[in-house]
Design a protein around this ligand. Sequence first.
Ligand code: FES
Ligand SMILES: [Fe+2]
Length: 336
Amino acid sequence: MNALLTSELRVFNQPDRFVEGWYWLLPSHQLKRGQVKAVQLLGRSLAVYRGQDGRAIAVDAYCPHMGAHLAEGKVEGCALRCLFHNWKFAATGECVDVPALGKPVPVRLHLWHTAEQYGMIWLWTGEFPTQPPPFVPELEGIECDSALGTHFVHNCHPNVVMINAIDAHHFNTVHHLPLEIVFSAKELNPNAIEFSNTTRGGDSRFIRLIRPFYQTAVTYSLCYWYGTVGTVTLGPDRLHFYILFALRLLEGGKTEGQTLLITPKRSGIHGWLGNRLLLWLTQQVAHYFGKGDTRIFQTIQFNFKTPTKADHSIAQFIQHVEQQKILSWETWHEIN
Ligand code: FES
Ligand SMILES: [Fe+2]
């Protein structure tokens, strides 16, 4: 395998660009009806509010009149009113009231597409979404319960954090898991790639212990969206755990992330209670996952100088990321 020098890559591990896609803005419960908040995303300042109809609306932050930050403003019904001279903007972005004139002026806010999934508000960084918000392939179309896991900041690029989960060798070296993993990769669409373990796990004592819970391969699969969101599926055949790692690039090539814990909805009060326990268990699994790597993320200077056969999945991931539509930090304009 050839070296994949960081300097030759178009978007992977680059601090000033990113893949067009859905990015996490804010946990849904942190934006109540009638609230407006400021969010920084990929170099852009946004104001995000929830109107009385319950929809989350995301707009560029600065008022087209004189540039006041709209997160200082007030939600009125489904519209947003700027604090400074009280111009009012409808949920379509259109200016609908200028009090000093007694009529609106023909300007509008730039509106971004939002969606809510797994208890998170997501934003599409392009004009029109070409994909749905990130989902766990196994749970497509299934109603789910979810909970917020951990919020974190790492001193390296989101892409570098993401490849950790398919770095099969490091399970032995960092996490001391006596587990043999070989992935097969499948592109689900131009923005999503799934890596699934194909082995029975090896022949350690640990594997002999968990073997009865698996018919064939030991379940461990990852689905990556836009190179910065990763869903993990693992656990015995009869009880899968689902963790979503939602990352976003910070200034200087760093990472801000939030984990989401997910499980299919179960009916009745017992289903509800059972799910609380399951989500708590999922958090323990997620915790175990994160443990050990934090130190590495603090100091790594990623440079894939000497890839080996064991790094094959990482190389596949990089290639998949490189083929996607690339946008520039702050302007969100396409880079060719
Ligand atoms: S700056 Fe917003 S109304 Fe004037
Ligand atoms: Fe790890």
